[in-house]
Design a protein around this ligand. Structure first.
Ligand SMILES: [Zn+2]
Length: 646
């Protein structure tokens, strides 16, 4: 087996084994086997110079940047001329061979390596200037951070997120933060300021182009295997000529429909590099390549209704309901219209003939209204509470918003977020039981969930609620009173504040809720990973007296816990920090964090020291030497963070 392939295989096997061991408490190989494979990997890495981003022999630390720097591309990135006509593919080839591949639908990234190391990662941007996303590229799931080739070269490729991950990640985000399609998610993830977020998104990179001034290749079909030999993955490609290009296209289209990542077409490029260059380029497109976009399968149907779905923040989203049709193998009868602007643009009326298609072959969309009767009237009351609504335009699009702050639909959405597994984690409170409680007037705020005992008789009279399920629910609400501050903050459902932002917020303010409540926008902007929208949103939330009252009431009911894992592992332990830090802004910040978890700090390593924290464990510094002598645990900043569950 070739060495590059073996390196990747070992990397994956070892990662799987550690995950099974550490996260699932399952052993899939003995320690001895593990060590042997790790040795083999280390030897191969040294031999070839190739080291993957997810190699267990190294850990990439997290990094937070304050903004994405704009950087000029050394070589302009042209876009591709597009066609929907298979004949054009044959005309491009004439008597030449072509390289035909699936075109992935993500964000184009350009990776530059120098002296065998990844030194730059830029987004395509406008083709001339891109954004520096090196901190996130280092956390892609499948690229080499070190390669055997010491010459400078640049690899271009597509950063993508698979459908399966797209559905999973979107499921964890509140509705307003969800992404429309895998491409938007990939783009949003690659452009994060905090590399931890990018790392959690399982971004894959598929290379399609090489630029390397000092090495001569005759054919594109020689470049791609060379790229692979350095540790990259490429999208599937095939050599074709004018006689089989159309047949191969049909075959690739079928393949693309079930591909590992979102696809948006095929790309055909002339194989002979000398000939390709001689063709030159227009101001926009190279003349040696053509992107083939297939038509999305779209089907006509009849609009039967428009439903309005209330969201947590009072947004009410229109959904088209139409006569069921078969699309890409499934029956579809609903498609989100996203907002009022799109609805108005389609000039809809009930009974209109519309065309629907599946964007990226998964998400149903209304493409076109053929009859455009324009008779539909936007409701002037909330479909849920009957209260007033208003049309707002916070960004480019108009949205419908319920103005009743105690609208049960809004309340239900925020309650179901509040009790969710990532938030207060109260089992036994499904959406439908919450709905019963809200309708019966038992629960009108998150705090009421902890007072359900006052309504025992009423609850027990609900169909499906027996003595046992009632008691279990009461037990669960009691259990949920013990909660970490960051879970509570997340549970509040503050705009733009997801899981990791809540953690960062609590870490920055050392779990001091009063400090968080009173923080102004300026100080919130100092929280790692916080941009102006997030800072403004937190500040606005706590300026609102209703919210403030809710938080105060919750604090009087709940018992805020130190993070269980973090507190017990750090509490009472003595730490020494040496060298530069990556995640924390400076040593001071890290020391305050350790102290907030009950840990203690010392300046020098002694036999009493429990942990030496250093990002360079192999350095010969005196602290490192001392730690080794005294057998003190030496851990990296990253190890420390995982120890605290961050
Ligand atoms: Zn309402």
């Amino acid at each position: 087996m070739n060495k590059t392939r073996r390196i990747k295989e070992l990397t994956n096997i070892l990662n799987e084994a550690s995950q099974a061991y550490y996260q699932e408490n399952r052993e899939i190989m003995s320690d001895k086997e593990f060590d042997e494979l790790l040795d083999e990997l280390q030897t191969l890495e040294e031999e070839t110079g190739i080291r993957m981003s997810n190699s267990p022999t190294q850990k990439v630390g997290s990094e937070v940047v304050s903004a994405l720097k704009k950087v000029r591309h050394e070589e302009k990135l042209l876009s591709l001329n597009k066609t929907k006509n298979l004949n054009d593919l044959r005309s491009l080839l004439k008597d030449q061979d072509g390289v035909f591949s699936i075109k992935l639908d993500g964000l184009t990234i350009s990776l530059t390596y120098e002296n065998g190391k990844l030194v730059q990662a830029l987004t395509r941007g406008d083709g001339e200037t891109g954004e520096d996303v090196l901190h996130n590229a280092k956390r892609f799931s499948n690229i080499p951070l070190e390669v055997s080739c010491k010459e400078k070269f640049t690899v271009r490729g597509e950063a993508v997120i698979s459908y399966a991950d797209f559905l999973k990640i979107n499921g964890l985000l509140p509705p307003e933060e969800q992404y429309k399609n895998p491409r938007n998610l990939a783009s949003g993830s690659v452009r994060q300021l905090n590399s931890e977020i990018a790392a959690s998104r399982n971004i894959h990179f598929y290379a399609f182009q090489l630029s390397m001034p000092n090495k001569h290749f005759n054919r594109k079909s020689e470049q791609l295997p060379w790229i692979e030999s350095q540790g990259f993955e490429t999208a599937d490609y095939f050599i074709v000529d004018r006689d089989n290009v159309e047949e191969t296209a049909q075959w690739l289209i079928d393949k693309a429909r079930n591909y590992k990542a979102a696809t948006d077409g095929l790309v055909l490029t002339i194989d002979n590099i000398g000939y390709a260059k001689s063709l030159g380029a227009t101001s926009k497109f190279p003349k040696d390549s053509l992107a083939f976009k297939w038509e999305d399968e779209s089907i006509k149907t009849r609009l039967m209704a428009i439903e309005w779905q209330p969201g947590r923040m009072g947004n009410i989203t229109p959904v088209a309901v139409f006569e069921p049709v078969e699309l890409e193998g499934t029956t579809v009868s609903r498609a989100s219209l996203h907002n009022v602007s799109i609805l108005e643009g389609l000039k809809l009326g009930i009974g209109d003939t519309i065309s629907v298609f599946k964007a990226n072959m998964i998400i149903p969309q209304v493409e076109k209204n053929h009859t455009r009767s324009n008779t539909y009237q936007i409701p002037f009351y909330c479909p849920s509470c009957g209260g007033g609504v208003t049309v707002k335009k916070p960004h480019e699009s108009k949205i419908l918003v319920c103005t009743n702050t105690s609208c049960p639909a809004q309340l239900l959405q925020s309650l179901s977020h509040f009790v969710g597994r990532e938030a207060l984690n109260i089992e036994g409170l499904s959406y439908s039981s919450l709905e019963k409680f809200v309708n019966a007037g038992i629960v009108s705020s998150p705090a009421d969930i902890f007072k359900i005992e006052q309504h025992k008789d009423k609850i027990m009279s609900f169909p499906g609620f027996g003595e046992r399920s009632y008691h279990r629910l009461v037990q669960n609400t009691k259990k949920a009173r013990k909660v970490s501050l960051h879970s509570l903050i997340y549970a509040l459902g503050i705009d733009y504040i997801g899981r990791s932002a809540s953690k960062e917020l609590c870490r920055y303010f050392q779990n001091d809720i009063d400090a968080i409540i009173n923080a102004d926008v300026e100080s919130l902007l100092n929280v790692p990973g916080f941009g102006s929208k997030m800072a403004q949103s937190v500040s606005d939330y706590f300026r609102n007296s209703r919210n403030k009252a809710l938080v105060e009431e919750l604090l009087s009911i709940l018992e805020i816990q130190e993070d269980k894992t973090s507190a017990s592992r750090v509490s009472g332990k003595i730490f020494v920090i040496t060298g530069s830090l990556e995640h924390f802004q400076n040593r001071d910040e890290m020391e305050r964090f350790i102290e907030s978890l009950g840990g203690r700090l010392a300046k020098s390593v002694t036999s009493k020291t429990d942990f030496l924290i250093t990002n360079d464990p192999s350095s010969g510094s005196s602290k490192n030497r001392k730690a080794r002598e005294l057998k003190v645990s030496v851990i990296t900043e990253r190890d420390f963070l995982s120890m605290t569950g961050s």
